[in-house]
Design a protein around this ligand. Structure first.
Ligand SMILES: *Cc1c(COP(=O)(O)O)cnc(C)c1O
Length: 399
């Protein structure tokens, strides 16, 4: 089919999209409407932790869809209970509420913290968040995000989200008052440009929040589910937060998120929280299949090994082309380009022949890599070689 035959103007215009319609995916590869293949380092935005259409997800969807789609959130269902139990066994949390997206999980975290503040902190409701943080696109989560311009877009904001600077504990301490109920952050700022919170900062935050009797919330929508090489990003710094949110990787490509908390914080009462699709067995059955893969012996060790390899190879590229190095945790990494050539690289990579390469540039001078966690060495080399060719092209004949 020709691109012009698709009536794309029947969709709301929300972002510029290339004239490509994807029709199939398998592992690290996508195929478009013309049959051209692309090596995909976006993976649905760090969502497809096992790659495109893995057999385990296909099987979970088929077998669960034959049994039960949705008995309503007013009743228990078996996959919902099983996945919650698996998640509490694998983490420091005791209770789980399932959602359909990351923003919805964060919205729930904000509500839970405010409820806890009403019960325990005299109505304290402020949640300290961070400049360049990203927590989603609902009104409250946009207000919690520290994206430039979002404070006036769709004004008025939801109030109560003062902003501190990542990795600067004094900037957090300064904002704490008797109105403060929590601090919320991503262990690695993803959309902000793959900026890790340091181990030291996470430990300082835990100590500071404990000292003031306030909650620590980690938004692990991007860093959770093995992305950093640990099952959850907070484990990198050896701390235990009070609340965590998950999405993206937990569904391996289907809409699933989760809000987790410790028993002492689980203060919702009937009427406070809910949703028609929350915890539906079709999606939670997929979550079980995904988590079983991630927790197989050796899986996360391999993620760590591949991450170390990718990191080392990106450093080599950086040295060869005079770039600014790389950063990240696990298989969430970024190459610092030095110049604002991110968009040009993304475009050139997509247009490569015989196969395209899908990359992301969250900032003009940065490339972000979020491959499937089961990416192979060969698929890493294929990407690195393609990228090298593009850099040679852009940086001229001297390399
Ligand atoms: C993607 C993302 C979200 C939003 O998740 P959605 O499923 O798109 O609503 C929230 N927080 C972080 C850290 C994210 O990366």
């Amino acid at each position: 089919m020709e691109f012009s035959q698709y009536n794309v103007n029947s969709l709301m215009y929300i972002t510029p999209r290339p004239e490509i319609v994807f029709t199939e995916g398998s592992g690290m590869w996508l195929t478009d409407h013309t049959g051209k293949r692309y090596l995909d380092y976006l993976q649905g935005w760090a969502v497809n932790c096992l790659g495109h259409s893995p057999a385990v997800i296909h099987e979970a969807l088929v077998s669960q869809s034959k049994k039960l789609l949705n008995p309503s959130p007013a009743f228990y269902n078996a996959p919902m209970v099983e996945l919650a139990t698996m998640l509490t066994q694998q983490s420091c949390f005791d209770r789980v509420f399932f959602t359909n997206s990351g923003a919805e999980a964060n919205e729930g975290a904000i509500k839970l913290a405010r409820k806890w503040g009403q019960l325990n902190k005299n109505g304290a409701f402020e949640i300290i968040t961070f400049d360049h943080g990203f927590h989603g696109r609902t009104l409250a989560t946009m207000s919690a995000s520290g994206k430039p311009g979002w404070d006036t877009l769709f004004a008025p904001q939801v109030s109560g989200f003062p902003k501190a600077d990542l990795n600067d504990i004094a900037s957090v301490e300064k904002l704490i008052s008797d109105k403060t109920v929590a601090v919320m952050l991503e262990p690695v700022q993803g959309e902000g440009g793959v900026i890790p919170a340091s181990r030291e900062f996470m430990q300082q935050l835990r100590a500071l929040t404990q000292k003031h009797g306030i909650l620590l919330i980690v938004d692990e929508v991007q860093t959770g589910m093995g992305r950093t090489g640990e099952l959850f990003g907070y484990q990198l710094s050896g701390i235990e937060p009070d609340i965590m949110t998950l999405a993206k990787g937990i569904g391996g490509g289907v809409p699933l998120g989760a809000l987790l908390c410790r028993e002492a914080v689980a203060c919702f009462v009937p009427g406070d929280q809910g949703g028609t699709y929350n915890g539906a067995p079709l999606m939670t059955a997929v979550g079980i299949a995904v988590l079983k893969e991630l927790t197989k012996p050796g899986f996360l060790d391999e993620v760590k090994q591949k991450a170390a390899y990718l990191s080392a190879e990106l450093i080599k590229l950086s040295e060869e082309f005079g770039l600014q190095g790389e950063r990240g945790e696990g298989l969430l990494r970024a190459l610092k380009l030095g110049d604002n050539i991110g968009a040009e690289i993304v475009e050139k990579a997509r247009n490569l022949e015989p196969f395209g390469l899908l990359l992301n540039s969250p900032r003009p001078d940065l490339l972000r890599f979020m491959p499937a966690l089961n990416v192979t060495r060969e698929e890493l080399d294929l990407m690195l070689n393609s990228l090298k060719g593009i850099l040679r092209d852009i940086k001229g004949g001297s390399h």
